[in-house]
Every structure is written in C-alpha cells, then in structure tokens.
Design a binder for this molecule. Structure first.
Ligand code: ZN
Length: 322
C-alpha cells in the first residue's frame, strides 16, 4: 500500500502577521490585504514563518483583496489592484525561494491563491452568516470572483483556496467559473454553523460539498471541507462521509475555537481543547489537507505537523505488519 499523502497548510495569516506588525489588523476593512501595500516585508516574513514551521502549502495574502475594496480604501485603480494581487503571489514566491535555499529541500512548497467569499469584501461579517445568499445571483458572484481568480492564476499560483464560502450559490458560481480554467486546481472550504451539519446559509454541508466536488471537472477540485470552525465541532461534519464507496478528500483548517464578531472582536468561549488534539481523528475521517485558520500561528503549524507525522508513521507500521 502506498503511503497516504497528507498536506500541511499554513495557519491564520493575520495572527502570524500580527507578530511582525502589532495588533492593528482585525477591524480593518481590507484586513491583512492592506499590508501588501504598506508592509510587504512583513507579509513575506509571515510566509517564511509558516514554511519554517512545516507548512507545505502557503496561502497568498489575498483573502480580502478585491478591486472594489482597494478602490474604496486605498484609492486604487483596477490595474493597480490587480498589480497588488500579483505582488501577493510574488511575496509568497520569494518566501518559498528563501526557504528552499535555507533548507536545500528538494520538495517545493506549494502556493495557494486565497480567495475569500464576496461577503468578506462587505466587511459586515457576512462570510459567517451568508446573509447575502438570497440577494445576489450566481452570475453576479461569478463575475465578482473572476478578476482576482484570473490574476492569481496568471501570477502562477499552484492551486486556489476558495475559502470561508457561506452559501451554496457561491460554491456553484465558483465551480462554474473554474471550468473556464480547466488546468487550475482548487479546494473549496465552507463557513459552517455550529450544528455539525449546515453551511451558515442553512444548506446541508455534505450535500453541498459533494455536489461541488462532483459537478467540477474531474480532478479539478482536490478536496472539499471547512475552514474557520471550532476544532471541537469539525469532526461532526465529516463523520461517516467516507464510509461508503468512493473517497471524498477533505480539507480542514479550523480556528483556535475562539469566536469573532465585528462588534466585539475575538472572544474566548470556555476551555476549547487545542487543535492538534483532533488531528488523528480528522485524518481517520479522510482529511488530506490540514492546517489552521484564525488565531492559529506558526507554532500551531509545528504541532499539526508533529501529529500528522505520528499518524502517517502509525499507518505505515500498521500496513507493514499485517
Ligand atoms: Zn478564520
């Protein structure tokens, strides 16, 4: 039996970036995307922190980068905005180059182009509610996503991270749009409720995730899953999903278990167990891409990597002895 490949994704970009620029990121309408223009060296250093911690896939700092956002808050033209998105990929590329030189590693880490949902650009927390699901069309969402996706692809990203998607309509729009770029690979992660079964717009997670995977060009979507969810509830979405025939590769990068509201910022809720305690359970359920989201940093990526290595080692021993 060949070894199962688990890919380690980086952690929360804003969390790690704040170790370089201080605590002035959350609450900014452009979030970390502003720092491409103001602190490019800190963006590069953040990528490097994650690579040194063991991330095999780093996400570009483009989650909240949009043409409208840059026009409104940085007074940029469309071509200046697109240039900044290119720059985000260049900064990730530069970090990979430095890391490869440092480690003389033969395996090049991958760069994933981060695409947050339309809601992230509205700066009203709607990526955590999906409140716009009924008021925008699939066609609108497709056109809204197109310029950034095209800029990321043209800049040479290895894969797209379509993340924190709060509604089924937006996933459908993205799958449709991806078909126009058939050689581009992507994963889709949804923004989910705490009920263990629904996307925040109320759609059934399993049905929507499976539909996205199956309606794409075969092989184009490498995994479907969830990001920015509390670690303790993540598994309930996946239980039994891979018990039948066929295998659905899953991607998961939860937050630290704290919750965020625009009004109050991040808030701790009780004693949430650390993310790394769940890794073996998630991998057993079919998670093949795993990392961290908000409030997780490079230290967490190291812990994730350690647990992944233990799990892979155990699987290998099990397959050799029986
Ligand atoms: Zn997050």
């Amino acid at each position: 039996m060949s070894a199962i490949k688990i890919s380690i994704i980086d952690g929360g970009f804003s969390t790690q970036l704040s170790t370089h620029v201080g605590d002035k990121i959350d609450g900014d309408p452009l979030w970390t995307a502003r720092f491409l223009a103001t602190h490019p060296e800190a963006v590069m250093a953040t990528h490097l922190d994650f690579l040194r911690a063991g991330a095999e896939i780093i996400l570009t700092n483009t989650y909240q980068a949009s043409i409208e956002g840059y026009a409104e808050h940085l007074d940029m033209t469309e071509s200046e905005s697109l240039h900044l998105i290119h720059k985000a990929v260049d900064l990730a590329d530069e970090a990979v180059r430095i890391y490869m030189k440092e480690t003389r590693s033969e395996e090049r880490p991958l760069i994933a182009g981060s695409c947050g949902p339309y809601g992230a650009s509205l700066h009203d927390g709607s990526e955590y509610t999906g409140s716009y699901a009924g008021s925008v069309t699939r066609g609108f969402l497709k056109e809204w996503h197109r310029p950034r996706i095209e800029a990321l692809i043209n800049s040479g990203v290895d894969i797209l991270a379509l993340e924190t998607i709060p509604c089924a309509t937006e996933a459908e729009a993205l799958v449709e749009l991806l078909k126009e770029y058939p050689s581009t690979k992507a994963w889709i992660t949804f923004s989910c409720r705490t009920d263990g079964r629904s996307i925040v717009d109320g759609s059934d997670f399993r049905r929507t995730a499976l539909a996205s995977y199956k309606s794409a060009i075969p092989g184009q979507i490498v995994a479907v899953g969830i990001n920015c969810i509390a670690p303790s509830i993540a598994a309930s979405f996946f239980e039994g999903i891979n018990d039948g025939e066929g295998f659905l590769p899953l991607v998961l990068y939860p937050n630290s278990g704290e919750t965020y509201t625009v009004a109050e910022g991040w808030r701790k809720l009780g004693c949430e167990p650390q993310l790394e305690n769940f890794i073996h359970q998630w991998l057993d359920l079919g998670v093949r891409y795993v990392g961290g989201c908000c409030r997780t940093g490079a230290k967490d990526v190291s812990k994730i990597k350690k647990e992944v290595e233990k799990w892979v080692g155990k699987k290998k021993r099990d397959s050799e002895c029986c």
